[in-house]
Ligand binder design. Structure first.
Ligand code: UDP
Length: 360
């Protein structure tokens, strides 16, 4: 049996006054036709990135709407996640491909996960590339399979794309964040574009009084007597944390007391994070105004909420990006954001729109 991820109970009614009533009503109507449908969301990690952030809200809301939804994560050892991170980077355009022994590691792990997926579902959403080959190896059964790709696969590494593509024939539909992310010659006929969204009621985003937010950051050792610039992101080359440090050093020439916080989570499926974390830490350690925080040292949702609320500027210096939920998270809190023009970020911060923000 695959490992299930426990989620809480949420009520769609709680979003009255936040989402338009008409939207909530149409959700209830659509869900009526799907009452009792057994739905599985399958991904690679229960924490540490945008996909787990989304599922933690979506799965309980599907249940509240009358569907029977589960969230499960695939099993993977270090070698497998090394391979899938290379695959992830290659799908975003990196030149490093997979050799045949890496493809074998991917398929051996897929076999294990396919055997462990023994429950029956009507709809199975497979998130990102890590579990993609499961239906091809296991057989699709009676379920309908949907690939939910969160990354920008518009210019994938041809070799890695050819490998992954051969396993996509089993899918009934695919969902992407935006049209621009569609890969060439996708073998799935039915596609939908669905940009993700933040959950205003989650601990990451709910209202946090300033005094309490200050206490939360004080507790982890951050004093707010100097201006604060923050990037909240996995330690990933595409999020460019070392580039953030370079940019911050330019800011210091004009604002000598500005402090920097790099807040990053270590996801189960992201072994590359460790080496980047070490580099970031080495850069920051000698300077008392440069801070590095991670989920491993107790920086969770509430702390991220406080950072996004109390920073003078939130930075998201992505070079390539999926959607970039962190941008909406900071904007929701009315914090100014400076971000790279990558992936879904322009969807959230269109050119010539906004440009000023008043914090109350
Ligand atoms: N996140 C977090 N702690 C961290 C770093 C990231 O909780 O130290 C969360 C962040 O708040 C956001 C998600 O992880 O909800 C990252 O999603 P995004 O779409 O920005 O990027 P991804 O990691 O999926 O590429």
């Amino acid at each position: 049996m695959l490992q299930g991820v426990g989620v809480g109970h949420r009520s769609i009614d709680a979003y009255e006054g936040i989402a338009p009533s008409a939207t909530l009503e149409s959700l209830r109507e659509v869900a009526e036709a799907l009452r009792g449908a057994r739905v599985l969301h399958l991904n690679a990690t229960p924490y540490g990135g945008g996909v787990s952030e989304l599922l933690r809200s979506v799965v309980p809301l599907l249940n509240d709407l009358g569907l029977v939804a589960d969230w499960k994560v695939i099993y993977g050892d270090d070698a497998f996640f090394e391979v899938t991170k290379t695959m992830h980077n290659a799908l975003q355009g990196s030149g490093e491909g997979l050799d045949s022994s890496q493809e074998d590691i991917y398929l051996e792990n897929t076999q294990t996960n396919a055997e462990r997926l023994d429950e029956v579902y009507d709809f199975i959403f497979v998130h990102d590339p890590q579990p993609v080959a499961v239906p091809a190896v296991r057989g699709t059964g009676e379920a309908r399979w949907i690939w939910r790709c969160h990354i920008d696969t518009s210019e994938p590494n041809p070799g890695v794309w050819a490998f992954l593509r051969s396993y996509l024939d089993s899918y009934d539909a695919a969902v992407f964040t935006m049209e621009d992310f569609l890969p060439p010659d996708l073998p799935v006929e039915r596609t939908e574009m669905i940009p993700p969204a933040i959950d205003p009621l989650s601990p990451k985003n709910f209202d946090l009084p300033e005094e309490m937010a200050r206490e939360v950051l004080g507790w982890i050792g951050l004093e707010l007597d100097n201006p604060l610039i923050t990037q909240v992101a996995r330690f990933d080359p595409w999020k460019d944390p070392l580039g953030v440090i370079d940019a911050y050093r330019l800011v210091r020439e004009e604002v000598p007391n500005a402090q920097l916080a790099l807040v990053g989570s270590m996801a189960l499926d992201d072994p590359e994070g460790w080496s980047i974390y070490e580099k970031v830490k080495a850069e920051c350690e000698p300077d008392p105004l440069m801070h590095v925080f991670t989920n491993l040292t107790g920086v969770g949702n509430i702390e991220v909420n406080a950072f996004q609320r109390l920073s003078d500027v939130v930075v998201q210096k992505s070079i390539r990006e999926g959607f970039g939920l962190v941008v909406s998270e900071a904007l929701w809190k009315q914090t100014p954001v400076v971000a790279g023009r990558a992936g879904g970020i322009p969807l959230q911060m269109a050119d010539e729109v906004g440009g000023s923000s008043s914090k109350t």
